[in-house]
Design a binder for this molecule. Structure first.
Ligand SMILES: [Zn+2]
Length: 166
């Protein structure tokens, strides 16, 4: 897919956030939200550190970082994330009625793309009004995804008891 230069810049900032998340002991996934070609919110994965919080995905963190007074303009916002959103994040993006999504890498295991054709009516309506694009930067984002999958595989599907010491 074709990205304009500004989109590359936003995805690169998401990649930087992903690498920062990894340095903090979390999964290398990052996200930014833009409005009028300006970054207005940032988020990085924080599911393991500083404490177990399995819904603290990069996209959720970015959505929470949007200044409240800007939400009336959500249709003009685009969320850039290094990895295809999961079901939870896709639902949150649709509930917030964002105008666009650009993801860097496809997630064939947990990505919401598998069910976008069979959404409940409310969500289908929101989805029909937005642009959902990706994979936009697989050469740079696939390695992040590979590392995220590896970390998850090593930690197991359920949180280990000694998580606080990890
Ligand atoms: Zn998610």
């Amino acid at each position: 897919m074709n990205l304009v230069p500004a989109h590359h810049r936003f995805l690169r900032e998401a990649i930087r956030l992903a690498e920062e998340a990894e340095q903090h002991g979390n999964l290398p996934i990052g996200a930014v939200i833009t409005l009028e070609d300006q970054i207005i919110a940032r988020g990085m994965n924080a599911i393991w550190q500083p404490s177990l919080a399995l819904t603290r995905h990069a996209e959720m963190e970015a959505l929470r970082d949007v200044p409240a007074h800007m939400w009336p303009r959500s249709r003009q916002m685009t969320l850039f994330t290094t990895l295809e959103p999961c079901l939870m994040c896709a639902g949150a993006i649709l509930l917030h009625q964002l105008g666009g999504l650009v993801f860097g890498s496809t997630d064939p295991i947990g990505g919401a793309g598998a069910c976008l054709d069979s959404l409940p009516p409310y969500f289908r309506q929101a989805y029909s009004m937005m642009q959902w694009r990706g994979p936009a930067l697989p050469t740079e984002c696939d390695p992040l995804y590979a590392r995220a999958a590896d970390y998850e595989r090593r930690r197991g599907s359920s949180p280990p008891i000694d998580l606080a010491d990890a």
